[in-house]
Design a protein. Structure first.
Ligand SMILES: O=C(O)c1ccc[n+]([C@@H]2O[C@H](COP(=O)([O-])O)[C@@H](O)[C@H]2O)c1
Ligand SMILES: Cc1cc2nc[nH]c2cc1C
Length: 331
């Protein structure tokens, strides 16, 4: 990172004039342990899909079946993340880590179900500690598989009706903030449903002792996609491969990864800032600055994929710009 900072200072531009792109390039050098770092060229967005028992308690206007239907939309290439990934030159892989229905496996959709959806976190633990640990392990192995296939930058994605409720629980617990400032409208809910959702989050978080082990927090109030995404971050970090995080679900998962292994977050970039209020709080605790801020609240990995060209550009600047010396420009 020192070498990258020093190289940035020698490039043909006023020092610091490329702003956050310079910071991104320095962090890429740190992740790779090399200056200049390898280009983050072969990108994939890993969309972790799972269902949530808490949907039964009335926290989202959408039926659970939409999770499965969207997995089929991802497979067919018709979802927003497919379109945006094509624009960014990224592949899409969908990981069924906990969809409630049976999902067919092919080269796009990977069958990695830990259990068919969580239990209702408003009534008791969402899953067992063993299931949470298994889902984190699944995410680590997905990162291993993707890196082995030659991907050198991973973007996170998610699909799961109800998952903004579990995200709010994880963020409220892991940042110590009250549910009211963290819980948001998810896919779009009215004030009455938001008040109920906030009460569900507050009551669930209150069951979990402060300072609880991160796997116990995941088991009590998390989702299978959160566990898988936390594992993806850990696995990518172990391979020194950068991860571009999507919105509030990824932010919640990254907090779990941070609680398990703080240095893992050094390998992450915040692709964007979601409208969901807990996301800004999560990013502050992660110490990550979002690269784009476009009022997105879709998930799927849309905001992460949109940020990929910025991460690649930061890398290209550090590698390819002329220096004052090489260009013969007086300083
Ligand atoms: O990524 C985000 O910040 C985000 C914000 C709001 C909604 N979502 C997506 O919407 C779904 C969850 O919304 P909800 O209202 O059912 O909890 C899930 O599939 C997420 O991918 C995602
Ligand atoms: C249609 C739809 C698409 C989504 N993509 C991510 N979350 C979603 C939620 C809904 C409802």
């Amino acid at each position: 990172m020192d070498a990258a900072r020093s190289r940035q200072g020698s490039l043909t531009k006023p020092p610091g004039s490329l702003g956050v792109l310079e910071e991104v390039s320095v962090r890429l050098a740190g992740i790779a342990g090399a200056c200049p770092p390898p280009r983050p060229q072969r990108a994939v967005v890993a969309v972790f899909a799972a269902d949530h028992g808490v949907v039964a308690s009335g926290v989202t206007p959408w039926p659970q079946e939409v999770t499965t239907a969207m997995v089929e939309n991802f497979r067919a290439g018709g979802a927003a993340v497919n379109v945006l990934a094509r624009e960014a030159g990224a592949d899409v892989v969908v990981v069924d880590i906990g969809v409630a229905s049976d999902v067919k496996e092919d080269e796009v959709v990977w069958a990695r179900k830990v259990r068919p959806g969580t239990a209702d976190l408003s009534a008791g633990p969402a899953m067992t500690r063993a299931e949470a640990a298994a889902a984190v392990g699944t995410g680590i192995r997905v990162a291993d598989d993707l890196v082995r296939r030659g991907y050198d930058v991973l973007a996170t994605g998610d699909m799961g009706i109800g998952n903004t409720t579990a995200s709010a629980c994880l963020i409220a617990h892991l940042t110590g903030r009250p549910a009211a400032g963290i819980t948001g409208r998810g896919t779009g809910i009215d004030d009455v449903m938001l008040a109920h959702k906030t009460a569900v989050v507050a009551a669930a978080v209150a069951r979990v002792p402060a300072g609880a082990d991160p796997l116990d927090v995941l088991a009590e109030v998390g989702g299978l996609e959160h566990a898988g995404l936390a594992g993806l971050v850990l696995g990518a970090a172990a391979h020194r491969v950068p991860v571009v995080l999507d919105g509030v679900i990824a932010g919640a998962a990254a907090l779990v990864a941070q609680a398990l292994a703080p240095a893992a977050v050094d390998h992450c970039f915040a692709g964007h800032r979601s409208v969901e209020p807990g996301h800004a709080t999560a990013l502050a605790t992660l110490g990550l600055r979002p690269l784009v801020d476009l009022d997105l609240r879709l998930g799927e990995g849309s905001g992460a994929v949109l940020a990929l060209p910025l991460v690649r550009s930061a890398s290209a600047v550090l590698r390819d710009m002329a220096t004052f010396d090489s260009a013969g420009i007086p300083t």
